[in-house]
Design a protein around this ligand. Structure first.
Ligand SMILES: N[C@@H](CCC(=O)N[C@@H](CS)C(=O)NCC(=O)O)C(=O)O
Length: 226
């Protein structure tokens, strides 16, 4: 999508810029949203394993030292939830929030469970801290415990309301947060997904959707450098 505004450095900015890391599930949420809305963007890789999130240039963009960060002309937005709502209002094509208030609240609830009660407990900063304080054997069970706790709640919440997707028959905000967490849970964190039939079925649906597939960690250009 054409974007003729100036970027933070005053230069012409042809499109949206997404500062992200290939393996970051929070970045993956935003990639899915951009893909679903058909928005072109320039990927600006930030290598978390090389601590590039702590570089002075990046800290100027996000003092919290986390990806993702979205730049849209003179708008600089951090945090995937804020970015989602910004994109939804600014680019209403292919809406990701239903008009029905209850369903909209369900979408916020799912996004919030993933974004506040699961992912922050298993992100790199927390796992590194646990490893330093309690030893490397502790971090994996810690992450699994919190993911399973969240997945149990999500399974109960969605089992009777899910359509083809989590909250209906079209992909919505809830799916953009769920997909990266389910995929990371099943692969990186080796969760036994047979305990979560609804989440397992959604996993297959996401695998088949091009917008979700091209947002996968393995399909990012910066994945090649690892
Ligand atoms: N609430 C934030 C969380 C962002 C976050 O946790 N980002 C992780 C990658 S998924 C990160 O940048 N970690 C860097 C670090 O742990 O040092 C969001 O939704 O954007």
């Amino acid at each position: 999508m054409a974007n003729d505004s100036k970027n933070l450095n005053g230069a012409e900015s042809p499109k949206l810029q997404l500062y992200s890391y290939w393996r970051s599930s929070s970045s993956q949420r935003v990639r899915i949203i951009l893909n679903l809305k058909g928005l072109e963007y320039e990927s600006k890789p930030v290598n978390l394993l090389k601590n590039e999130q702590f570089s002075p240039e990046f800290v100027k963009l996000n003092p919290l030292k986390f990806v993702p960060v979205l730049v849209d002309g003179d708008a600089l937005i951090t945090d995937s939830f804020a970015i989602s709502l910004y994109l939804e209002e600014k680019y209403p094509e292919h809406p990701l929030l239903p008009k029905d208030l209850k369903n909209k609240a369900l979408n916020f609830q799912v996004a919030s469970i993933v974004g506040s009660s699961i992912q922050p407990l298993q992100n790199l900063a927390v796992l590194n801290y646990i490893e330093e304080r309690f030893g490397s054997n502790e971090k994996f069970p810690w992450a699994q415990y919190h993911i399973i706790n969240g997945f149990e709640a999500l399974e109960i919440l969605l089992k009777d309301v899910a359509g083809k997707y989590a909250t209906g028959d079209e992909p919505q905000l809830a799916d953009t947060f769920l997909a990266p967490q389910i995929i990371a849970g099943a692969s990186r964190f080796e969760i036994d997904m047979s305990r979560f039939p609804t989440l397992s079925r959604l996993h297959k649906v996401y695998d088949e959707h091009p917008a979700f597939r091209s947002a996968l960690p393995a399909n990012q250009p910066d994945a090649l450098s690892h």
